[in-house]
Design a protein around this ligand. Structure first.
Ligand code: MTE
Length: 331
């Protein structure tokens, strides 16, 4: 990819520093208002859009060899020059309990998930309730490549070139009311397509949530692709959340519902093991998981462990949201 090649000679850069990030890169209306202002259409599924209609609009082109539909996107504001985790590892070492609890289960079993057509329900405390076809939902957005380090709960980490758009833009489009304090996300419930849902290992469907300021932070993205192609099913196709300053379980996959709510949602892992998993799940090397230290992590593909950074290295972007909060209590 051109952007990447141009940076090859540079020293490794964790992420671009805060002053380089322009809020306008995220909230500029041009980024989210397209020819069709999808949320102005009447509520109801816009099923007319052809299944597999093209997503995205121009600039960077991806490796043709990879599976999935090739996306067009532009370089986003949060690139890194850290070495990317190989595509194979990103797509064969996963957590997606709807397809089994083993790390290789999702890659083996997720073929049963039907991702097109796909619709998302927008509901709760907002003016623009309705059910929207995913392609219509995405069309107004210019996709951006954002290379993130994705931390997962069991202290492994990856550097993943996600393709997505800022959740903040979608939130704004939905016109939340003043009562909306949190955003709640829900995964598809379909035990035929997701056979793991026949096993009561978690309470289904999988649910996650963000506080409104977290949901509108420029680092929160809705990803529709990785490595320049549509998401493989095992990675959360066709659309999943990416919050790189949080532990991996916040990254809810295969989202079918986005709701604006007044009260803090009870996310699946907090419900399952409340003493081990909380709502916030901010990466924090100083607060250990009851069963393991969270001070270090192993980057997939590397042998030695490395120190884990507070907020996964994104403190400049996110720390102010938690000023004054006891992060041991609100873990
Ligand atoms: N979303 C759903 N619907 N079901 C899941 O089991 N697992 C979570 C999260 N999102 C999960 C999910 C956990 S525990 C992790 S660590 C990440 O997905 C893993 O994302 P990855 O497989 O893309 O690395």
């Amino acid at each position: 990819m051109p952007g990447r090649a141009a940076r090859q000679g540079e020293a490794v850069m964790l992420i671009r520093r805060a002053p380089d990030m322009k809020w306008s890169e995220v909230t500029d209306e041009k980024l989210y208002l397209g020819r069709r202002q999808f949320l102005q259409t009447t509520a109801g599924v816009a099923m007319a859009a052809a299944a597999g209609a093209s997503i995205g609009c121009s600039t960077v082109s991806a490796d043709d060899q990879l599976p999935g539909r090739k996306l067009s996107y532009k370089e986003g504001p949060f690139g890194t020059t850290e070495k990317e985790t190989p595509y194979k590892d990103v797509t064969t070492y996963n957590n997606f309990y709807e397809f089994g609890t083993g790390k290789s289960d999702p890659a083996q079993n997720a073929g049963t998930l039907v991702t097109s057509p796909w619709s998302i329900q927008i509901d709760g405390e907002c003016a623009k309730k309705g059910t929207y076809h995913l392609d219509d939902l995405i069309k107004p957005y210019q996709l951006e490549e954002r290379i993130y380090r994705m931390r997962c709960v069991e202290a492994w980490s990856m550097v993943i070139p996600w393709v997505g758009f800022p959740l903040a833009s979608l939130v704004k489009q939905c016109a939340p009311t003043p009562k909306a304090k949190y955003v709640k996300f829900t995964t598809l419930y379909n035990p035929v397509q997701m056979p793991g849902q026949n096993v009561p290992v978690l309470k289904w469907p999988y649910v996650e949530g963000l506080r409104m300021d977290e949901a509108t932070n420029p680092l929160a993205i809705l990803a529709v692709g990785l490595y320049g192609h549509t998401l493989p099913n095992q990675d959360g196709a066709p659309i999943r959340l990416v919050t790189p300053w949080k532990y991996g379980f916040k990254g809810i996959k295969s989202i079918v519902k986005i709701e604006f709510v007044e009260k803090q949602p009870l996310n699946t892992w907090q419900q399952t093991r409340p003493n081990e998993y909380g709502f916030y799940a901010n990466v924090n090397p100083h607060v250990d998981h009851p069963r393991w230290s969270q001070a270090t992590e192993r980057r997939i593909g590397e042998f030695f462990r490395r120190p884990t950074l507070m907020f996964n290295g994104y403190g400049d972007q996110v720390a102010s949201m938690y000023a004054g909060m006891d992060l041991r209590k609100y873990f």
